[in-house]
Design a protein around this ligand. Structure first.
Ligand code: FEO
Ligand code: CA
Ligand code: CA
Length: 641
């Protein structure tokens, strides 16, 4: 510990994670004339290609849809699809739902989960002690579990909102060690039991299943990177136990009932006290620098001082497995699933029962991944090996609509298996995977062999390479230069088997604004119209009926290129017809992220992250704006989704 004064980080704390990354470590400039010309040619050629894709690939009669057989209808699948009248875009500071639907706040940052916690008071600054008993900040991905007849929610707490978290501090920045520990206890994962009451769903205070997994929770390091020299630190000289998790973004669930939490923008929590310390290239690739995003953790906790613990960030950026039904079980970092800015972890099965996990790396020009276990899943058998021994692949998309998964192995990369799991971005670069427009959530269709990924936006597309120097040409699944709207790609694995190394792909939707642009790709794909405008698709999840729910984290100016889009929102898409309808609009300045259903599918829980991020919100209760989980339901008491 040191008593250095906190640095003047106010500017950085006001930036979003990707704005911070872009500022602190801009991608290398691209100036060669030949490269620019090559890109121009690629873009011209793609207009032909994308017209072909847009004309044939988006709708029910697409090759993809025709070649995908209907799965066996499940009981849920035969239920009548739920209907709603789409809602209009707006900039209200509340939640807007279709007629016949209602909502209520379930849980907000600062709400105590145990009776020894303090009731949240917006007029008082909380402490590390009060935060230790309370729900964390910036809830993101979540999943629901039923255990012993109880309903449990596992919910990510990604990072903190400086303006509210340190609202009584100068410049809204941490001042002392207690402030830092308070933030370390506001991130990670909350396991919360909930119950239906006459007042609707509410948390069960003091449930034996309530649990907080924070930046202070011991976590076992598993898989190929366990014990590798790059994983060893002062605190953990064997490299086998990490201390905590943070930057927990999207989620996942395994067939055996565990929760997966995905570490994303971990880099912004580290700083270096020695200005002469040289940042290694391997850390630069992950956005690490001398400067943190305002957290000041490195000033009060040496783990986060890169000059003293340069290996510590090698222990972040993983998927962590948690058993929500075992409050004392140690979480496990699954290094076999690679280290990058993980978005979510979508688990499915290959035809032979091997576990297949799709994983996005949310950074401009980084990659889309797939993990395939060596062994097959057998219900009831020990599952510990399935996420320790397997192969990572990175996606290569070809312009003709075909694609392949390129294995990341010692033979293909020249790296050891442990190095592949620690320096995964470098491994994927070495096999020339396709640089993507920020892969966010992946969702696998429940009845058909299809997977979808939200590519949220990428202002560097066609402008400059990624941090590793890999070019970002315009074309293929990333068809727009300086992509400001985002798109959703989908792929159909060969032989209808997610274990196959080949696939066909097309774009399901390109967001855009046909009210602003009369022609060109910024009009969006044909399934975009004045009634469903949105930008920056991010959260994706299928319901049991095969409808795709889309959540956004985009620009909310409602002006210029973004006119008519309003606040961030949630839409429902029909993969067969391409039809997309707006179901919900969130409050001002929020991102909509995370969704899961109650066991009877009659309640949908949705995450409202950072309302009033740039001010102007008092969501949810007319007082201090707080990130919250809300419950949505139909007034006729029928299932939704
Ligand atoms: Fe935490 Fe890429 O979103
Ligand atoms: Ca996200
Ligand atoms: Ca996002």
């Amino acid at each position: 510990m040191s008593n250095n004064k906190p640095h003047p980080s106010q500017f950085f704390s006001t930036l979003s994670c990707d704005e911070f990354d872009e500022y602190i470590r801009p991608a290398p400039a691209e100036v060669e004339f030949e490269t620019i010309m090559a890109k121009a040619v690629t873009r011209r050629d793609f207009f032909k290609g994308s017209a072909m894709l847009l004309g044939t690939g988006l709708f029910a009669r697409s090759a993809l849809a025709e070649s995908a057989p209907e799965g066996k209808p499940s009981q849920a699948n035969t239920r009548q699809a739920f209907e709603f009248e789409p809602v209009a875009a707006n900039t209200e500071d509340t939640i807007t739902l279709p007629h016949g639907y209602q909502w209520k706040t379930l849980l907000s940052w600062g709400d105590p989960l145990w009776s020894q916690g303090e009731r949240f008071d917006p007029d008082r600054l909380t402490s590390a002690h009060s935060q230790a008993f309370a729900f964390g900040d910036n809830n993101d991905g979540m999943e629901s579990f039923v255990h012993q007849g109880r309903q449990l929610l596992a919910i990510n707490n990604e990072y903190i909102n400086f303006a509210s978290f340190y609202r009584n501090r100068p410049n809204h920045l941490p001042m002392d060690q207690d402030d830092v520990i308070k933030a370390q206890k506001a991130v990670g994962v909350s396991i919360v039991e909930i119950e239906a009451s006459e007042q609707g769903w509410q948390r069960v205070v003091d449930s034996p299943f309530n649990r907080k997994i924070t930046a202070h929770t011991p976590i076992e390091i598993t898989g190929p990177a366990r014990g590798h020299p790059l994983m060893k630190t002062q605190q953990d000289p064997k490299g086998i136990e990490a201390y905590g998790t943070w930057a927990n973004c999207g989620s996942g669930r395994t067939p055996w009932g565990t929760y997966l939490t995905c570490e994303e923008n971990f880099n912004g929590f580290y700083s270096a006290s020695d200005p002469h310390w040289v940042v290694p290239d391997a850390l630069k690739r992950y956005g690490l620098s001398h400067q943190d995003r305002g957290y000041a953790w490195g000033h009060f906790d040496e783990r986060f001082d890169l000059a003293k613990n340069p290996n510590e960030p090698n222990r972040s950026g993983y998927v962590v497995e948690i058993d929500p039904t075992q409050p004392d079980a140690k979480p496990k970092k699954r290094t076999a699933l690679g280290r990058f800015k993980h978005e979510n972890a979508e688990v499915t099965l290959a035809q032979n029962g091997q576990i297949v996990i799709y994983l996005g790396d949310d950074e401009r020009g980084e990659f889309l991944y797939r993990y395939v276990s060596d062994n097959a899943y057998e219900p009831g058998a020990d599952t510990d090996d399935l996420m320790n021994n397997g192969t990572l692949y990175a996606a290569k998309f070809h312009e003709d609509g075909s694609g392949e998964w390129r294995a990341l192995t010692p033979a293909t990369t020249g790296m050891s298996q442990a190095e592949i799991c620690i320096h995964t971005r470098q491994a994927a670069s070495s096999v020339h995977a396709t640089t993507m427009d920020r892969p966010e959530w992946v969702a696998v269709h429940p009845h058909q062999p299809q997977a979808y990924c939200a590519l949220t936006n990428n202002k560097n597309r066609g402008v400059k390479p990624n941090q590793g120097g890999d070019p970002q040409p315009v074309g293929g699944p990333n068809p727009r230069a300086a992509n400001q709207y985002g798109q959703i790609i989908r792929w159909l694995p060969a032989d209808q088997d997610h274990g196959s190394n080949r696939f066909h792909w097309n774009l399901f939707v390109m967001a855009g604004n046909p009210d602003v642009y009369e022609k060109g790709l910024n009009t969006g794909s044909p399934n975009i119209h004045s009634g469903n405008l949105f930008n920056a698709p991010d959260g994706l999840q299928f319901d049991t009926q095969g409808q795709l729910w889309i959540q956004t984290d985009g620009k909310t100016s409602n002006q210029g290129d973004f006119a008519g889009m309003g606040n961030n929102q949630m839409l429902v898409a029909d993969p067969k017809t391409g039809d997309i309808r707006r179901f919900m609009v969130g409050p001002k300045g929020c991102e909509i992220t995370g969704l899961t259903w109650s066991h009877d599918k009659k309640t949908l829980f949705v995450g409202i992250q950072h309302p009033g991020e740039k001010g102007g919100s008092t969501f949810p209760d007319g007082r201090l704006a707080r990130s919250s989980v809300v419950a949505l339901w139909r007034t006729d008491n029928q299932p939704l989704g």
